[in-house]
Design a protein around this ligand. Structure first.
Ligand code: CAA
Length: 297
């Protein structure tokens, strides 16, 4: 599929709901308030998680103020637009709700099932899944036609791309709204098929998976890092894995391997690494300098 649908069909987004208050969700909240200047709601399972998300957002707003990107009034306006709660009934007047919860089909189906009971039938639902089937995520919805994939990249504030994913049932209003929202966020949107890994993660899973595999096959980690240097990528494979998160990266590997066993392999060792809390040593500039904990294992 190519091209964006008619933007006249887009729903006007006056309030955004974000499901989750983790790092990804908090980055979304900040971007939405900065760029769309509409109220944004974040929720999570308990108040401690919500408070952690809010603390991150407030800290980032403070940094923008320090950098002179926001004046005091602008910063206060953003702070006032963000609301965090555990009370899901507050999604009732959201026009666009995006989830950023654990990357597991069942979990995503469950949260959307709850949200669907609260929001009107035409509220657009978006999933930030990085590699799961959007159609499957919407399988249990009463109105799966309003579900669309809306996949951000890390760091959300700076990566210019959003993959918009259409399922066989996604309607034109949902698709159109997704494109208009992406544009409002200042991102370039591409429409991708609902296929595992969409486009970007097919490529990244290869880079990350093969880099980890090369280390386990005996090439020192720093040699792998160095070998990638001349390719001119903004980050080396292990910086990228570290940025994305080891668990997320391992999960993407597994999803790709089960979808395309002939092209990807489930990398057991890579998965074990994801269990370690911190495997990469970095210098103060974020450059990977070693992999001590993995070596100790
Ligand atoms: N959060 C917010 N802003 C950040 C940031 C972060 N974590 N990291 C960097 N930035 C901002 C900086 O503040 C800076 O902004 P200003 O210029 O406005 O001050 C800007 O980004 C550039 O930062 P730096 O000059 O410090 O660093 P850099 O030039 O090395 O660029 C980078 C940093 C943009 C992250 C660059 O290294 C890059 O593009 N890396 C590749 C990232 C990537 O491939 N992401 C995709 C991961 S896959 C994924 O997320 C999806 C998935 O499903 C798994």
């Amino acid at each position: 599929p190519v091209g964006a649908p008619d933007k006249a069909l887009a729903k006007k987004v006056q309030k955004v709901g974000i499901i989750g208050a983790g790092l990804m969700a908090s980055q979304f909240a900040l971007l939405f308030v900065r760029k769309l200047q509409v109220p944004v709601l974040i929720t999570d399972l308990d108040q401690a998680r919500v408070d952690k998300g809010l603390a991150y957002i407030h800290e980032e707003i403070g940094k923008l103020e320090q950098k002179g990107r926001l004046d005091g009034d602008g910063a206060n306006r953003l702070r006032a637009l963000i609301h965090g709660t555990t009370d899901k009934s507050e999604y009732a007047d959201c026009d666009f709700v995006i989830e950023a919860v654990f990357e597991e089909v069942g979990v995503k189906q469950q949260v959307f099932g709850e949200i669907e009971k609260i929001v009107p039938a035409d509220t657009i639902l978006a999933t930030n899944t990085s590699s799961l089937s959007v159609e499957e995520i919407g399988e249990k919805l009463e109105h799966p036609e309003r579900l669309v994939g809306f996949h951000f990249f890390n760091p959300v504030a700076v990566m210019p791309l959003i993959e918009i994913v259409k399922t066989p049932t996604t309607n034109e209003a949902a698709l159109s709204t997704a494109f208009v929202v992406a544009k409002g966020l200042g991102k370039n949107a591409v429409l991708t098929a609902d296929a595992p890994g969409f486009v970007v993660n097919r490529l990244l899973a290869k880079v990350m998976g093969e880099a980890a595999r090369a280390v386990y096959e005996g090439t020192p980690l720093l040699t792998v890092e160095k070998a990638f240097g001349p390719l001119g990528l903004p980050m080396t494979p292990f910086q990228l894995i570290d940025l994305v998160g080891w668990k997320v990266a391992a999960h993407v590997q597994d999803t790709m391997a089960s979808a395309f066993p002939e092209r990807f392999y489930a990398n057991e060792n890579f998965h074990q690494l994801a269990e370690l809390p911190q495997v990469v040593d970095k210098d103060k500039n974020g450059k990977v300098t070693g992999w001590t904990k993995a070596a100790e294992k």
